[in-house]
Design a protein around this ligand. Structure first.
Ligand SMILES: Nc1ncnc2c1ncn2[C@@H]1O[C@H](COP(=O)(O)OP(=O)(O)OP(=O)(O)O)[C@@H](O)[C@H]1O
Length: 681
């Protein structure tokens, strides 16, 4: 039976009948998905010509079979759209679309290829997220479905053709209130209209999203990646999409969202994962200077300063013949190449140009050398010697080692870009003997990456999603920018949550350093995580950390969600607070100043808990979290210990405290033995 007869117009029926009919559609859709999977499994890769093509085809088929898996706990569809009957003219362009459309995680069709469920990313599904009584987009009704486990248990109708306004969806509220367990979930069923605008922005458009804590920036970035992969599958399969997050604990927290949306081939990494995992400790003032975009010009000069003025010509001997390219001609060739290519290809080009000059001399003597002779001359010892001498082979490490250990070389490379004091700050106090024994810092990693790109071009991806982008240095942004040089980016962050010494104060600047100056800056303003009472409390820090920023708004009042408790002894107070939280459902995060983490963990020794480290997965119910790792994470119950120590621990400690205070979904308890930071009293 074709799909559009499976779900008749059931308006006016009683709710039980409606649920029954919708469950029947779910059962039929599930069966159809199983049939699609069986069909995919039956396909053979043998049809492909050679073994390589067979291998590729087999892996594509395997991926397709995996993508068609039915996850019984995950709703196959979560919405339904009933199109207005008087819009038959609109339907003409929509091929076989039935008057009733089910919107879900993936496309499902029956044996006649009639759509039973339409992918949420398809253009026609857009109305599910965007239609309103003011602009019904050709719809009569939107229906949202509620599930428990894999069971369809509820529905909610929103009439769109009767004017007026809609009340807040109960299904959305329940989804937001649902206790958090384990890693982050997708929000595909409840994406809000302003979030959807960002998710569906064109692939060519770089979007930068400023948003207060819990406004869904991370969720939106991940859904945008899934949307782009669906809409531009072939192009992005070639060029790739990558998610860049602040640390590995965060990546582990978000790791299951894209697979749940059917996208398993997206790399998720940190900036260090991209530019190099260096972490030698360093004075924050030095790191900040190394992160300054002025370093780009200094590095460029430092690299190109290695080109030596040629003082000798080239003498190539072939058989009894000798061919000489005079020194002034070698100088001309070097000068004409300098700065027109990257450093590495420049070396190869120099060898070829010198060989060409030799070939010209051969031709002048009446010989007819071909390309093979030119290649042989380019690889000959005399040519190689000149190339190595005037355009030496270099690694990024060699150049940076010299720059940070040789005051004169640094001064020549910096010219007027750095002050005397700044150069002094950059120089290593005890230079390592060779670049091989150097211990690089995280800031050095971005400098090495810049040099690597000056030597050989870094390949660009199709799209980059950068989370917590407010924390990146200008040099790190340049490193990310070259990885989307021929693509686009989604940049996510919050100026109030900047905790590094180089955190940005302006998104326009971020986009400039990223090399995407025409990117559009937009804002998400409604918080889905943190109850209003807690958000208002945390917002007392805003005038100090981000004076220009409006106070965040929250969807939920959360009366009684905040509790601030002075204590004379932290350990028993903590134990009581944790035991209270354990008696209720949901995850518990005890956030402590980093230095206090061992003591806090010891105080909880009798309770089953884990201490979050950059490498742990974040799915233990009771976690102790060092304040510096809390960014981007959330827990139902958050217990913050000693807020004043969190502030005192680092230069941007107040911003760190703002991050820490905005992790709670249901309840925030603050325990302090010392005085609170003045902003919170
Ligand atoms: N439209 C939505 N429907 C349901 N839940 C949502 C929606 N948008 C966001 N959320 C939920 O709100 C919480 C916060 O989202 P997210 O972590 O993406 O926010 P964020 O802006 O990145 O926060 P932060 O700045 O603190 O890192 C998550 O649990 C997310 O699933």
């Amino acid at each position: 039976m074709p799909a559009h007869q499976l779900a008749p117009d059931i308006a006016g029926q009683d709710p039980d009948q409606i649920l029954k009919a919708e469950r029947a559609h779910l059962a039929v859709s599930r069966a159809a998905l199983t049939a699609m999977r069986e069909h995919a499994k039956s396909l053979s890769a043998n049809a492909a010509g050679d073994w390589v093509s067979q291998q590729i085809l087999q892996s594509l088929l395997d991926q397709r079979v995996a993508a068609l898996a039915d996850h019984p706990d995950t709703p196959l569809f979560f919405g339904r759209l009933d199109r207005a009957e008087d819009r038959a003219e609109d339907r003409a362009g929509d091929g076989d679309l039935p008057p009733t459309i089910y919107v879900g995680r993936r496309h499902v069709h029956d044996e006649h290829r009639h759509a039973l469920v339409i992918d949420w990313r398809a253009p026609v599904s857009r109305a599910f997220y965007q239609a309103s009584p003011a602009d019904p987009m050709g719809l009569r009704l939107r229906r949202r479905f509620g599930y428990q486990g894999g069971e369809l248990t509820a529905y909610e109708d929103e009439p769109l053709d009767q004017g007026g306004s809609l009340t807040t969806s109960k299904i959305l509220t329940e989804e937001i209130e649902r206790p958090r367990t384990g890693p982050m979930r997708d929000i595909v069923a409840t994406i809000q209209p302003d979030q959807d605008e960002i998710v569906r922005a064109d692939l060519g458009q770089t979007v930068c999203v400023q948003g207060a804590p819990g406004t869904g920036k991370t969720a939106v970035g991940l859904h945008r990646a899934a949307y782009l992969l669906f809409t531009h599958r072939e192009k992005l399969a070639r060029s790739g999409v990558m998610i860049v997050g602040p640390n590995r604990a965060f990546l582990s927290y978000i790791s299951s969202v894209l697979p749940a949306l059917g996208e398993v081939k997206v790399d998720q990494t940190t900036v260090a994962g991209l530019v190099g995992e260096h972490s030698a400790p360093e004075d924050p003032a030095v790191s900040a200077l190394k992160g300054d975009a002025r370093m780009a010009a200094v590095l460029k000069r430092a690299l190109w300063a290695h080109i030596v003025k040629p003082t000798e010509g080239v003498l190539v001997t072939r058989g009894s013949n000798r061919y000489r390219v005079p020194d002034y001609e070698v100088r001309e060739i070097v000068a004409s190449l300098r700065g027109t290519t990257r450093y590495g290809p420049g070396r190869a080009a120099l060898a070829q140009r010198l060989a060409h000059a030799v070939l010209v001399r051969m031709e002048q003597r009446g010989e007819s050398p071909d390309d093979r002779v030119q290649d042989a001359v380019a690889r000959s010892k005399p040519v190689k010697q000149v190339v190595d001498q005037v355009w030496p082979k270099l690694t990024p490490e060699q150049v940076l080692h010299r720059l940070l250990s040789d005051a004169d070389f640094l001064a020549r490379s910096a010219r007027t870009d750095l002050t005397d004091e700044e150069r002094e700050l950059l120089l290593w106090r005890k230079p390592p003997r060779s670049w091989r024994s150097a211990k690089w810092s995280a800031a050095d990693a971005a400098l090495l990456d810049e040099l690597a790109d000056l030597i050989e071009r870094t390949p660009s991806l199709g799209h980059l999603v950068v989370d917590e982008a407010q924390d990146l240095s200008e040099m790190q942004l340049r490193a990310l920018g070259r990885r989307c040089r021929t693509g686009s980016a989604t940049v996510l962050g919050d100026l109030a949550q900047g905790t590094t010494p180089w955190s940005t104060r302006s998104w326009t600047t971020v986009l400039e350093h990223l090399g995407q100056p025409s990117g559009a800056v937009t804002e998400l303003t409604l918080g889905f995580r943190v109850p209003r009472e807690i958000l208002d409390y945390a917002a007392r820090l805003l005038p100090d950390i981000a004076p220009g920023l409006a106070a965040p708004r929250s969807l939920r009042p959360g009366t009684g969600s905040l509790s601030v408790r002075p204590a004379t002894d932290l350990a028993p107070a903590l134990l009581t607070a944790v035991q209270d939280a354990l008696a209720r459902p949901g995850s518990i995060g005890v956030i402590a100043p980093d230095a206090l983490v061992p003591a806090v963990s010891a105080a909880l020794a009798l309770l089953d808990h884990e201490v979050l480290s950059p490498d742990t997965t974040a799915d233990h119910r009771l976690l102790v979290i060092p304040a510096t790792l809390a960014k981007g994470l959330e827990y139902d119950h958050v217990i913050v210990t000693e807020p004043a120590d969190i502030v005192a621990a680092e230069p941007r400690g107040l911003a760190r405290l703002y991050v820490v205070l905005t992790r709670a979904v249901t309840k925030l308890t603050i325990l302090h033995t010392g005085p609170l930071p003045p902003q919170l009293t």
